[in-house]
Design a protein. Sequence first.
Length: 251
Amino acid sequence: MNRDEAKIILLRYRPGTADADDPEIAEALAVAGQDPELARWLTEHSARQEALRTAFRKIAAPAGLKEQIISEQAARQRPGLRRSGMLLMAAAAVVVLVILTPLWRQHRGEEDTYAIYRNRMAGIALREYRMDLTTSDPAAIRGFLAQKAAPADYVLPAPLEKTAVAGCAIEGWQNARVSMICFRTGKPLSPGQQSDLWLFVVDRSTVRHAPPPDERRFAQISRLSTVTWTQGDKLYVLGIEGSEQDLRRYL
């Protein structure tokens, strides 16, 4: 497990809880124990988690809320009481929003990394998905993506240009569209499987901390081998059900 993979896992870690007993989290904590940079990040992340918990503890339930819920039927017949309860709950919601918005923005900024993006795209490839267009014509795929305002001017590595396509889909990342191009390596597919090689293309500016143009980053995500790189204004993630050696044949 590398630093980026450990960070993804530790985003759901809550210090002081039974989370540390989870084998995956325990492994990520062990990685943090040997990586000073990751350890510093974990300290800051844990502080944010504690701040969130403290903020929640300070929020008191509106007086009489329990009774209001229990007597909901009666309240429906008494509009004034219902409006009062709704105002109390609305006020509590505003308090939560005021307290948590700065923390949420800070946490969201931490999450906008290429590793999060890469793992989400890998998850799409690994789960059952539906292609928006099923075709073996690469030109039809580019035309469809362009029509839908998804990245269509992508540049493929020479071996991938020669690989059979199966179709495409449009996924989302933040407020951007991601082009998902599905390929077939020629190996037998499992029942219901549509492809076994996937390329995700998104505007480079929408993903923080992406690899520089001269670097390719390989990572194993579950049973998917992935490689991430940038070219021009695009960020690419290529994944295959197989080994890194299998993946390199298409680069």
